[in-house]
Design a protein around this ligand. Structure first.
Ligand SMILES: Nc1ncnc2c1ncn2[C@@H]1O[C@H](COP(=O)(O)OP(=O)(O)O)[C@@H](O)[C@H]1O
Ligand SMILES: [Mg+2]
Length: 178
């Protein structure tokens, strides 16, 4: 699937990355897979914590990486499945880890280390790649794969992510398609 829509965001603190997740969570209305890629400490779990806020997961749930169970489910406006494939040694197909069964049911599925899944078998998804640029800054690239993903990314682009405080330069958003 070609990348039809691309977007780059720079965050300057963990709170900004959470805020970005929250904005995206608030934009979600249909089933989607978010394929999260990036080194340890690049901000994937922090992003999912914000996503949960945007999806209105009750705040007595604390989102951590589901390292031992591999998949955690949280109730919200749409159910959130948080998957972490860090411990997988070899690339797998979605069927191998039981993921196939949860696709198609209006779920939001956020997968850390999604590069360990063979991408061809993923349904419509937004790939979100986290790069550490320095201690506090992360470059976050998004690309849409499939019709639903393109529609979502267009909405994300058109929804400003208001986040400013005195200690932060604010989130920088760059439309890569213009
Ligand atoms: N801009 C930023 N975005 C996200 N995390 C950041 C940022 N700046 C510093 N951090 C720190 O980096 C770490 C990210 O951890 P985490 O979200 O668990 O990453 P991952 O799930 O990718 O391993 C946290 O300790 C967080 O405080
Ligand atoms: Mg993590």
């Amino acid at each position: 699937m070609a990348d039809l829509c691309n977007y780059k965001i720079t965050t300057h603190s963990v709170d900004e990355t959470k805020k970005l997740g929250e904005k995206i969570g608030a934009c979600l209305k249909t089933e989607i897979v978010l394929a999260l890629i990036g080194d340890l400490g690049s901000g994937k779990t922090s992003f999912v914590q914000g996503l949960a806020i945007g999806l209105e997961v009750p705040n007595d749930y604390y989102i951590t990486s589901p390292s031992y169970t591999m998949i955690n489910e949280y109730p919200g406006r749409q159910s959130l499945f948080h998957v972490d494939l860090y411990r997988l040694e070899d690339p797998v197909d979605v069927e191998d880890i039981g993921l196939y069964d949860i696709f198609g049911d209006n779920y939001v599925v956020a997968i850390e280390w999604a590069d360990k899944i063979r991408q061809e078998r993923l349904p419509d998804h937004v790939t979100i790649t986290f790069k550490i640029s320095d201690n506090q800054s992360r470059e976050i690239y998004m690309s849409a794969h499939g019709v639903n993903a393109v529609a979502l990314l267009k909405e994300i682009k058109s929804t400003p992510c208001a986040f400013k405080n005195n200690h932060s330069p604010g989130i920088t958003e760059t439309d890569m398609d213009t």
